[in-house]
Design a protein around this ligand. Structure first.
Ligand code: AMP
Ligand code: ZN
Ligand code: ZN
Length: 399
């Protein structure tokens, strides 16, 4: 009987294991914040073009909302933000009566906000070492744990060159200590995209600088003894679109202030009513206002996959791409994101190269970023936890 159970168990895991890549390979995944897909076609980025020739070129669709914290944690867990709990960069925690915010270390570093099973824990529990060089969630104690190697975003900062050195150091560790997955984060081209707009020459320059830096990283990886065993994936969290303080809907002109207790000044805007009877009033007042869409929580269109989380605003307001909804226009920002995740400008660039990826393959359709988690599980040879993605959607990129 015991033997039969053993065989049945083995059969249950076999299809995945039979498909899994060799654990001998290593994978480095780089997230370039705000890597709008067409930067890689229109800017002077020879390394990204080399990757397209020698590896895989694709366009990746972010999850809604197209913001940094929700999408980095989606890349790590394969869950859409509504399911993993980081529903925005800023949201109200109804139970505890506090605001979660990426800028507030006190709330940002509480593990109970981070649901699902991030890849570094999936791997660790199956005996595979991982490292992060600043990845959203990886400097937070989640279920009592961290990646094997990680750094604190606030207190252990490194400049971009320092991050490259750190990736190389991790890949040069003795075999028994060496992580099989390295995840690293860079703030550009998002920072320039916000300050100057996606089409400005300084955003182009930031992208071209990052391209040179990553070209050197790849050249130095190739020189390592394990060079030919390393996969490199370069992608990001969302795109970027041009904004202008003139394309602005003023919340004070459309809603009486006593109807809401608070709103999170971001895209989408999460509005928390001051009393339940005002929820309909808020929603009705916003219907018909030009350049925004508004829904009650639980009533958002299915394609957004958003609106059921316990911390969701009572009303969710989404401005049209390139429009702003707030209490004052941001005079400084020339670029923004957070808009409809299907919009062209929100799409993300994707390149991959290495022993597990096809050579010179351009993926015909874009894929959802929830598929990165099952892809990483495959590359590491570990069994994924339940997730919203599918390996089938990205299998065509693999050798
Ligand atoms: P966004 O408002 O969506 O453009 O957020 C981008 C900002 O997120 C960047 O400027 C980073 O400073 C910040 N950020 C990225 N990763 C982390 C992290 N792990 N911890 C705290 N802040 C982060
Ligand atoms: Zn971002
Ligand atoms: Zn940004």
């Amino acid at each position: 009987m015991r033997r039969l159970i053993y065989i049945l168990l083995l059969m249950a895991v076999m299809p995945w294991q039979a498909w899994a890549a060799s654990r001998d390979h290593y994978t480095v995944i780089i997230s370039l914040d705000g890597l709008r897909w067409d930067y890689l076609d229109t800017y002077d980025v020879p390394f990204m073009q080399q990757l397209a020739r020698e590896g895989v070129k694709a366009v990746m669709q972010p999850s809604f909302p197209s913001k940094t914290f929700p999408n980095h944690y989606t890349l790590a867990t394969g869950l859409v933000p509504d399911h993993h709990g980081i529903i925005s960069n800023t949201f109200w925690d109804r139970e505890r009566g506090v605001e979660f915010s990426l800028g507030n270390k006190e709330t940002r570093s509480k593990g109970y906000y981070y649901g699902g099973d991030p890849i570094w824990l999936t791997a660790k529990h199956q005996g595979v070492k991982t490292a992060t060089v600043f990845w959203v969630g990886s400097d937070v104690t989640i279920n009592g744990e961290h990646p094997t190697y990680w750094r604190d975003y606030q207190t252990q900062q490194l400049d971009f060159q320092g991050r490259v050195e750190e990736i190389l150091r991790l890949l040069s560790m003795p075999e028994k200590d060496r992580p099989h997955l390295v995840m690293a984060y860079f703030e550009e081209p998002d920072r320039s995209g916000h300050n100057y707009g996606p089409l400005h020459r300084l955003t182009r320059r930031a992208m071209e600088d990052v391209d040179r830096l990553l070209s050197l990283l790849w050249a130095r990886i190739q020189m390592l003894p394990i060079g030919s065993e390393v996969n490199l994936i370069i992608t990001g969290d969302h795109g970027m679109t041009s904004v202008d303080p003139k394309r602005f809907v003023d919340i004070d002109n459309v809603l009486p202030a006593h109807w809401y207790a608070r709103f999170c000044n971001d895209y989408p805007t999460l509005i928390y009513a001051s009393a339940p009877q005002f929820i309909d009033s808020i929603c009705n007042a916003l219907q018909g206002v030009d350049h925004i869409r508004a829904w009650k929580r639980g009533e958002l269109p299915a394609y957004l996959n958003y609106g059921t989380n316990k911390n969701m605003g009572d009303v969710v307001v989404l401005p049209d791409v390139g429009w702003l909804f707030a209490d004052k226009p941001s005079e400084k920002q020339r670029g923004s994101h957070g808009f409809d995740h299907m919009a062209a400008d929100m799409q993300v660039g994707f390149r991959a190269i290495g022993p597990d990826f096809k050579v010179g393959y351009e993926k015909p359709d874009r894929f959802r970023n929830v598929c990165i988690y099952p892809l990483l599980c495959y590359l590491l040879g570990v069994t994924p936890s339940p997730n919203d993605g599918s390996l089938d959607e990205v299998r065509d990129m693999l050798r």
